[in-house]
Design a protein around this ligand. Structure first.
Ligand code: NI
Length: 135
């Protein structure tokens, strides 16, 4: 862990009050932790803009397993990208729908391309990728 450096930050009183209300609601114990998380979140957002950056992604999809051979198609796509896929989790939600979480690691552009391909597969009703930093 890097050493901790203390810095003072000036706030407009009203903004500070709103910020304190917000972080109390979210369960933060102190401002420092809340501000650190906000900064980290912004850094991850920034990193995502670089197509060559190495990141991890979790892709969540919901699909109707008995429609359009969707299960075969999803398996087929995933078998072509073993280098990007670290893990996956499958949950049978109800008689019709399945939820799958696919964990990916690689360059942002490759994660995004594979996520787009999976989300666009026929029968996939919902899909969302969340990227996160490796550090
Ligand atoms: Ni299922």
């Amino acid at each position: 862990m890097d050493k901790i450096i203390r810095k003072g930050i000036a706030f407009d009183a009203k903004v500070l009050r709103q910020f304190d209300d917000l972080i109390r609601e979210k369960g933060y114990k102190n401002r420092s932790e809340a501000i650190r998380d906000l900064v980290r979140m912004e850094l991850v957002e920034q990193e995502m803009q670089n197509p060559e950056a190495q990141m991890m992604g979790t892709l969540t999809i919901v699909y109707e397993h008995h429609r359009h051979h969707v299960q075969d198609e999803l398996t087929h796509i995933q078998h072509h990208h073993p280098d990007l896929i670290r893990s996956s989790l499958h949950i049978h939600i109800n008689p019709d729908n399945c939820l799958e979480v696919i964990v990916l690691e690689g360059m942002v552009k490759n994660i995004q391309k594979l996520a787009d391909e999976i989300i666009a597969a026929k029968g996939v009703k919902y899909g969302k990728i969340v990227m996160t930093s490796l550090t």
